[in-house]
Design a protein around this ligand. Structure first.
Ligand code: CP
Length: 296
């Protein structure tokens, strides 16, 4: 694996390899020491989980990690990100972990850097892709259900502006899961073939094994959203959550908007912090494979 840009570019074999490697790291049966590897984290959008779990993963596999601060960098003197990346590669960076509000920048950079050896990991690109989130979600689901074929996953919330939803749908489709999307018309986005779309919560939650909740991504929405109406029709509560459903949320949660605060105390919601925990193993596995590709 040279880069991790999106789920669509991964084969099922590659996904299985990442999952297996994450499991080996979690069980402590794989140890890695990449003391010759140099990895830079470049976050141009806010992050808590992704940034810190990449840092934790980097510490655990003993690579050298660098934090790129856009505000104090020479990007503020007008340098193009393409030139910045080429310079970072010349300095000796092996891997760039990039979060950016552009849908396509990480892919473009991976295709045109002057130094072809540098690898990229997409840590969230605009509204288009968040592959390590989908991989950690899949890992979390698989640990519980083993086989997702024919399991029903209902994704609820702002699907239109969610890179998490898009990457999860791309991944789950590869494994034959039944996917439902539940959202008001203005948050459903472009419809994808093979997915069931619902606007009624009652209908969408029938025989659902997993409920994946997304926040309303106000920072990406230009028009005004009627939050009260959203809460009335789509907020997850103790009353409407199917009794045995596995509850997931990529974070950050906006309590009492997409999910009522007391739902987070239920057994069903324990999954959410497991998602964060599993993110470390997935990111260890991804970086380990990229460093192996580079021989560092
Ligand atoms: N799930 C996720 O990407 O969280 P952060 O934005 O905190 O990294």
């Amino acid at each position: 694996m040279k880069n991790l840009i999106d789920i669509e570019s991964l084969s099922v074999d590659e996904i299985n390899q990442i999952i297996m490697r994450a499991s080996e790291f979690e069980k402590g049966i794989r140890k890695s020491n990449h003391s010759n590897a140099h990895c830079i984290n470049m976050f141009f959008e806010n992050s808590t989980r992704t940034k810190l779990s990449f840092e934790m993963a980097q510490n655990k596999i003993h690579c050298n990690k660098y934090d790129f601060c856009a505000q104090t960098s020479s990007i503020n003197k007008g340098e193009d990100l393409f030139d910045t990346i080429n310079n970072l590669s010349a300095i000796g960076m092996n891997v760039v972990v990039l979060r950016h509000n552009s849908d396509s920048l990480v892919k473009e950079l991976s295709q045109k850097t002057y130094f072809s050896e540098i690898s990229f990991v997409n840590a969230g690109s605009g509204m288009s892709a968040h592959p390590t989130q989908a991989l950690l979600d899949f890992y979390t689901m698989k640990k519980h259900f083993l086989d997702l074929n024919k399991k029903t996953i209902t994704i609820v919330g702002d699907i239109a502006h969610s890179r998490v939803a898009k990457s999860n749908i791309a991944l789950l489709k590869k494994y034959g899961a039944k996917i439902r999307c539940l959202a008001p018309e203005n948050l459903i986005g472009e419809k994808i073939e093979g997915i069931e779309y619902h606007s009624s919560l009652k209908e969408a939650f029938e025989e659902t094994d997993i409920v994946m909740v997304l926040r309303i991504q106000s920072e990406r929405i230009k028009e005004k959203i009627d939050i009260e109406k959203y809460i009335e029709n789509y907020q997850i509560t103790k009353e409407n959550l199917p009794y045995a459903a596995f509850l997931m949320h990529p974070g950050p949660i906006n309590r009492d908007i997409e999910i009522k605060s007391d739902v987070l105390e239920l057994q069903n919601a324990r999954t959410i912090l497991n998602q964060a925990k599993n993110g470390v193993y997935i990111r260890m596995a991804v970086l380990d494979l990229l460093f192996a590709h580079q021989g560092v």
